[in-house]
Design a protein around this ligand. Structure first.
Ligand code: URA
Ligand code: CA
Length: 433
């Protein structure tokens, strides 16, 4: 096989065989195919797209390019959830114990935050003593015992994706549905998922800016999942404004605890119930989304989900008393309300910009090497559709430096007002099952 022939075949709109796709992925990962030929292939794919079969083959070839986690020693269907990134998105912290309480095993590999988006591991580390360095043996034992465990990314997972993503970044080929879908799905499959639930975000704060693009990506990933024998469901959810009220690590742990107590923000609670229902169904513990939702509401009401959260914290070295006393979480030195400079209905709250305002305080990383401050962040008091009086607190800033001018300026710049009433944003626009 010659790479030049495969580039030509894709360029002219023909379908590549399974062997041809494997040849490209293994050749590129091993360094036998150079960047210039791979770049041409990516651009041809960008314009010609891929068939469902090609997408599934590309995903499996990338998943097989490095280590693959074997979770077969865990009983039951291992369900993973993936979100395409957001601001103040605390769903993983809530969903882990929530679906575990319904009997679905959650063996989750998570990452750290970068830029304006947060990471589950950083949030969990806001709990004193919590650690994510578990041996594979302990990880599996913990999931079998209490149904939930979270570890950091380790090993050499999907090296083909790492190399391809870097190349796509500099060849204007990131924004291609088959390439994004196979990139995301290959990582979930390599991490051992038997079933997958996807939260595809839309809006200003998201990767996919329009509902149409988000829907196409969701369909592409569900198609790949089903073609590779992993039951997959997806939703499209809004990320034009931050999720919930809290943005910042310890603040989001508190918000997750409140949500598990049934006292969380309406949007975060709804998102967890919808994604959780899909996880319980693909995990084989309920036959319908309605039945699953009833189960989730019950384990919130009877305290079982919260109790699993305590057990999960304890199993990973953390202090479970935080669940009953959130003052044990890291506290910021300065707590200041931000008064609104304007009056009216909030018509827009730019998620990216607010995420960056929290990053400026130290809640997020500007670069991979940055240190973060787990105590700091922003708690919003208002969301799109709410009426605000001039001088009324629009948010509270938690900071360890007295000067928060830069953060408040960014907050002011991220919020727009209208004189006439504004509708609330619809959180979930589509379910794809
Ligand atoms: N996220 C990924 O993991 N891969 C992509 O290609 C785009 C977003
Ligand atoms: Ca939040």
């Amino acid at each position: 096989m010659r790479m030049v022939d495969l580039i030509e075949k894709k360029r002219d709109g023909f379908e590549l065989s399974t062997e041809e796709i494997q040849f490209i992925v293994t050749g590129y990962t091993a360094g036998d195919i150079d960047d210039y030929q791979m770049s041409a292939f990516l651009m041809a794919t960008y314009f010609q797209n891929m068939t469902d079969r090609e997408r599934a083959d590309l995903t499996m070839a990338m998943a097989a390019s490095g280590d693959q986690i074997d979770l077969s020693a865990i009983d039951g269907i291992k369900v993973d959830k993936h979100s395409t990134g957001g601001v103040g998105d605390t769903t993983t912290l809530v969903l882990g114990p929530l679906v575990a309480a319904c009997g679905v095993p959650v063996a989750k590999m998570s990452g750290r935050g970068l830029g304006h988006t947060g990471g589950t591991i950083d949030k969990l580390e806001a709990i004193e003593g919590f650690h994510v360095e578990l041996s594979t043996e302990d990880f599996i034992k913990q999931v079998n015992d209490i149904k939930v465990a979270v570890i950091g990314q380790s090993g050499n997972l999907t090296p083909a994706d790492k190399k391809l993503y870097a190349l796509r970044d500099v060849t204007a080929t990131v924004n291609s549905i088959p390439l994004i879908a196979s990139s995301i799905m290959s990582k979930k499959i390599a991490a051992g998922a038997d079933a997958i639930v996807l939260d595809v975000k839309t809006g200003e704060g998201a990767f996919m800016k329009t509902a149409e693009d988000a829907e196409e990506l969701a369909h592409a990933m569900v198609g790949i999942g089903n073609a590779t024998g992993r039951k997959t469901m997806a939703i499209i959810s809004d990320m034009s404004q931050p999720l919930g009220f809290a943005i910042g690590n310890a603040l989001e742990v508190k918000e997750a605890i409140e949500t598990l107590q049934g006292k969380g923000p309406e949007d975060l609670t709804e998102l967890c119930l919808v994604l959780g229902s899909q996880m319980v169904v693909v995990g084989g513990k309920a036959d319908s989304l309605e039945e699953a939702r009833n189960m989730l509401e019950e384990v919130i009401a009877n305290g079982k989900a919260l109790d699993i959260f305590r057990q999960f914290i304890k199993a990973q070295g953390g202090n479970p008393a935080v669940v009953d006393d959130v003052s044990l979480l890291p506290q910021a030195k300065f707590v200041k309300e931000v008064p609104s400079q304007k009056e009216g209905y909030i018509s827009f709250m730019e998620a990216d910009e607010i995420g960056t305002a929290a990053m400026v305080l130290g809640a997020g990383r500007a670069t991979k090497e940055s240190e973060i401050d787990l105590a700091v962040g922003i708690v919003l008091h208002k969301k799109v559709g709410d009426f605000v009086k001039k001088g009324e607190a629009i948010a509270t800033v938690y900071s360890n430096t007295e000067d928060i001018a830069k953060c408040t300026e960014m907050l002011y710049n991220s919020i727009e007002f209208k004189d006439e009433a504004v509708e609330k944003i619809q959180l979930i626009s589509k379910l794809i099952t």
